[in-house]
Design a protein around this ligand. Structure first.
Ligand code: G6P
Length: 613
């Protein structure tokens, strides 16, 4: 998984490429490179490490040229190294290629090319593409690229420069994202829109199988069948600044604090209370239709990572509100377990990016077997959004930090709205229950803001975890799902080993790991489970654990008698607490990671958008 940028136009391309790469660094950051075409010559600058390093090098020795391609890498084939950094060139140096994805038949192609006299300089799968284009006959670069696509198996988004076709970039997409930006006399291409947003808001998304030729004043598109096509551009409403840090030290901090606003956006125009006893839900045109809910046979909720945790919380909503017990699954498990799924079933796929490879594959499988597929996603025009039968956009705005925060809580709210809709359509919704939840959902932004205002006080609690080698997160019911997400946040950015357990399970093995001063974060927000949870707290306390309980105001007295420290959430309908509980869990992780001196936005070994299996 990597980030691609390309530019052709009147501006000096180097700056456009570096700026774009900086906005794509969340996609991978082990090495970086650019290729610029100046007259009849391609010049490449690439190296291991972050973009800042390349920027420094190019400040000292700038590359000239008004067209170019750039790449920020997350290694899949070949170690991160200067040689393996993109762009890759052919033997003649006429062609330069950047690539995101994996070419599955790379080994066979490489062997064939070497036998044909080609000389390879890297271990990457990408380099075969440059040599294949070198071999291809064709009047034009786009002919050559379209011809060699027949030979490639796997996923790829590529951008190609050729000295014999100056002022042109040819791009192709298959199972990896790529969008084109249209400016006045200039064209951009990137893995994601923020990369060129400072220059243009006009966007043309590419579909799998598309090839495109970009020139200053021209965009030519071919589909998978080789037909010339046109695709309607659309205009992006969010600003370039919205994709930047706006005063916060890290994107993660910014995104945590944006949540109350994001929640309002998720519900805006969709959920409202119209009289003391009446609420209304208006889902978008693209959301599941009443007749689809009414015909529902089985329900599936599927995602990866944080999105999977949102699906776990969402599963409880469907059970409580619509009396439907969904199968909640990890996309990487679902797709390989030969699931029993068919017409009448609805499968909801939760994904911030809408590009996660396992989630897409699971969606395609469910669709092929006749299920109605629903994307719950943040990215308009993403592959998941385009390919699923129905879409619910969570409207969280761009999320840049690798650790997902605002996407998680908005996904949870989105699933609550879908569960309300199903409960309404299948007649299982208890009116009082529903009214209480609607009220709570609409109250969330206000309560979230006041909770975040207190967040500076949580630093000593975070310090206790930051100094430990491992921590446990406990909860029952909805609190267990919240605990899983809290532990994931902590481990992914602070690197403190954090495990979540259903509180009742601890004594079946894990209790053996609890010893003096082990930090335990206990979530206790569900009134009907307080007694049981307190018993579990006593079990860990008896082994010397230091317990921080996250609880709601009404429960805090009882909980405070057992826990060592208490972090109090405002009282709200218990079904809505996972959204509020996420805030301190995210902030504790952020503070612990900061105290440990980690790169919060770009944790080691991880990437934001996992477009490989
Ligand atoms: C990566 C990210 C996680 C994210 C997961 C699923 O692992 O680091 O934060 O939850 O992918 O991503 P998606 O875009 O499908 O929600």
């Amino acid at each position: 998984m990597c980030g691609i940028i390309g530019y052709v136009g009147p501006r000096p391309a180097q700056e456009v490429l570096l700026n774009g790469l900086e906005r794509l660094e969340y996609r991978g950051y082990d090495s970086v490179g650019v290729a610029l075409l100046d007259g009849s010559q391609i010049q490449v600058a690439k190296q291991m490490g972050r973009i800042a390093g390349l920027r420094e090098k190019l400040a000292a020795a700038p590359l000239a040229g008004h067209s170019g391609i750039g790449h920020t890498r997350w290694a899949t084939h070949g170690q991160p190294s200067d040689q393996n950094a993109h762009p890759h060139t052919d033997c003649s140096g006429h062609i330069a290629v950047v690539h995101n994805g994996i070419i599955e038949n790379e080994a066979a192609l490489r062997q064939e090319l070497i036998a044909g006299g080609h000389h390879f300089r890297s271990e990457t799968d990408t380099e075969v593409i440059a040599h294949l284009i070198e071999e291809a006959d064709g009047e034009s670069l786009s002919d050559a690229v379209r011809a060699i696509r027949q030979r490639l198996r796997g996923s790829y988004a590529i951008a190609v420069l050729d000295t014999r076709h100056p002022d042109e970039i040819v791009v192709a997409r298959n199972e990896a994202p790529l969008v084109i930006g249209l400016g006045e006399g200039e064209r951009f291409v990137a893995s994601d829109i923020p990369a060129f947003l400072p220059y243009t808001r006009w966007v043309v998304p590419l579909e799998d199988g598309d090839t495109a030729s970009l020139k200053r004043d021209e965009l030519v598109l071919w589909n998978a069948a080789g037909e010339r096509i046109t695709r309607q551009p659309y205009v992006i409403s969010w600003s370039a600044e919205a994709a930047e840090r706006s005063g916060y030290t890290t994107f993660m901090e910014k995104e945590i604090h944006e949540q109350p606003r994001a929640w309002r956006e998720t519900m805006r125009g969709r959920l409202a209370i119209v009289s003391p006893r009446q609420w209304e839900l208006h889902l978008d045109e693209e959301a599941p239709k009443p007749q689809e809910w009414q015909r529902l046979h089985q329900l599936f909720l599927i995602g990866c990572g944080t999105a999977y945790h949102a699906a776990m919380v969402g599963g409880r909503f469907f059970e409580q509100l619509a009396r439907v017990a969904p199968t909640v699954d990890l996309a990487s498990e679902f797709r390989y377990r030969d699931p029993i799924i068919g017409p009448g079933d609805i499968a909801i796929f939760v994904s911030q990016s809408g590009e996660t490879a396992d989630t897409l594959a699971a969606m395609r499988l469910a669709k092929a077997q006749g299920a109605t597929t629903v994307a719950v996603t943040n990215v308009v025009g993403s592959t998941l959004a385009r390919e699923a039968d129905r879409v619910f956009y969570i409207q969280a705005g761009p999320e840049i930090a690798v650790a997902s925060t605002k996407a998680y809580t908005t996904q949870v709210i989105a699933l609550a709205l879908l569960a309300l809709d199903l409960g309404h359509q299948n007649g299982q919704l208890n009116p009082e229950r529903a009214m209480a939840l609607v009220q709570a959902l609409l109250d969330l932004p206000r309560l979230g803001e006041s909770l975040l205002d207190q967040s500076a006080q949580w630093e000593p609690l975070a310090a206790a975890i930051a100094n430990a080698s491992s921590a446990f997160y406990l909860g029952r019911g909805l609190d267990w799902a919240a605990a899983l997400e809290g532990a994931l946040k902590m481990k992914e950015i602070s690197y403190v080993h954090a495990e979540a357990y259903a509180a009742g399970e601890l004594k079946h093995g894990t209790l053996a790991l609890v010893e003096a001063a082990t930090p335990v974060v206990a979530l206790i927000t569900q009134p009907h489970l307080v007694e049981k949870s307190l018993s579990n707290l006593r079990e860990v306390k008896a082994r010397g654990a230091s317990v921080l309980a996250i609880t709601s105001e009404g429960l805090s007295k009882a909980v405070g008698e057992v826990a060592d420290a208490v972090l109090v959430l405002p009282d709200i309908d218990p079904l809505a607490t996972p959204v509020l509980a996420a805030l301190p869990l995210q902030v504790l992780a952020l503070m612990a990671a900061t105290l440990r001196g980690n790169d919060v936005d770009k944790p080691r070994n991880l990437a934001k958008s996992v477009t490989v299996e």
